[in-house]
Each structure stands twice: as C-alpha cells, then as structure tokens.
Design a protein around this ligand. Structure first.
Ligand code: SF4
Ligand code: SF4
Length: 168
C-alpha cells in the first residue's frame, strides 16, 4: 500500500522548544481551568452542580421511588400473599411467606414480605401485577444507602412504614 499524496500526520509537525517540553501547553491548560474556576465562583447560580444533600432533585410525578405496602383501615397489610408480584418480578427479588388469616373473609396474609433493594430494577411490574393495590412505588424516595448488604433486604414492617429519608 502506498501513502504517497496523503496529508502528513501530526507526528510530522515540527515542534517549537516550548511545545516539545509541554510547558506552554500545561500553562495554557491551567489558564483554562483557572478561568472556569473564577467564572463559577462569580456565577454560582449558573453552575449545573446540585448541592446535594441540601438540595434535592425534583422528579416527575410518575417517578418510581422505593416501594411501600398499603394498609387496611386497621393498619394491617392489604397484601393477601397471592405471590403475583413475586412471580412477575423480573429480578426475582421479592420473597413472600403466606399464612392463614384469622379473619375468614380474608384468605391469606404475608407472614413475611421481603424485597432485596439491591436486586430490584424499579420496573414497577410488582405494582402492576398486584390485584389489590397492596404494593406501590410512589414514595418518591430515590436515596437508598446502608452500610451492609443485609440492610438492603427490607421487610414487611419497613415497607409498611416506608417514610425514611433513604438511609437505613
Ligand atoms: S420494581 Fe420490578 S424489580 Fe423491583 S420488586 Fe417490583 S417487579 Fe421486582
Ligand atoms: S401481588 Fe399484591 S397481594 Fe399479591 S403478594 Fe404481591 S403485594 Fe401481596
């Protein structure tokens, strides 16, 4: 293959002494950085950076936050442990153990109801699959932080009172 007639690459460019030791380019780069720094200090309102956690992003009404379990009037979970949500869950992160409900009008209730928030993909399929509106992702809580993996597996009591600021 012949390279004749093709423009020469930048590697062939003759560099000045300052360019060859990169000093001028380093100073130019620092000048650009300093310019941005001064501009940002003088115009903090225009900066795209959000001062989290003092400032929090406002999401749209359809945003799916962390789950919650809905309650009946007496405070017990509306869930009837039908397993529809755990069956539909694509991340296989819902574990429910059902038991006989003492009230004969209600067939079952969740003895335990756990969601592994580290596996959840917040798709909302559990909410859509539920036949009795017992689980929702409408808390708007998007902050999820804990200091061990085990704490991300949240239980029934947590889901029934899911109003923390996201740290648990
Ligand atoms: S939001 Fe999606 S991934 Fe998360 S628990 Fe519900 S069905 Fe599973
Ligand atoms: S689909 Fe609804 S009622 Fe059925 S187990 Fe899940 S949360 Fe409970």
């Amino acid at each position: 293959m012949s390279f004749e007639g093709l423009p020469k690459g930048s590697g062939d460019k003759k560099r000045s002494f300052l360019e060859s030791i990169y000093l001028w380019e380093v100073l130019r780069g620092l000048g650009v950085t300093a310019g941005h720094l001064v501009r940002n200090i003088l115009h903090t309102d225009d900066m795209p950076t959000m001062q989290y956690p003092e400032e929090k992003r406002v999401y749209g009404g359809r945003f799916r936050g962390r789950h919650r379990l809905m309650k009946r009037e007496d405070g017990s979970p509306k869930c009837v442990a039908c397993q529809m949500c755990s069956t539909y869950c694509p991340a296989d992160c819902i574990t429910i153990v059902g038991g006989e409900h003492p009230d004969p009008k209600i067939e079952k209730y969740p003895v335990s109801f756990e969601i592994d928030l580290l596996r959840c993909v917040y798709c909302g399929l559990c909410e859509e699959a539920c036949p009795c509106d017992a689980i929702r992702l409408d808390t708007g809580i998007y902050e999820i932080a804990a200091d061990s993996r085990e704490k991300f597996v949240v239980d029934k009591d947590f889901l029934l009172t899911n109003d923390t600021d996201g740290t648990f």
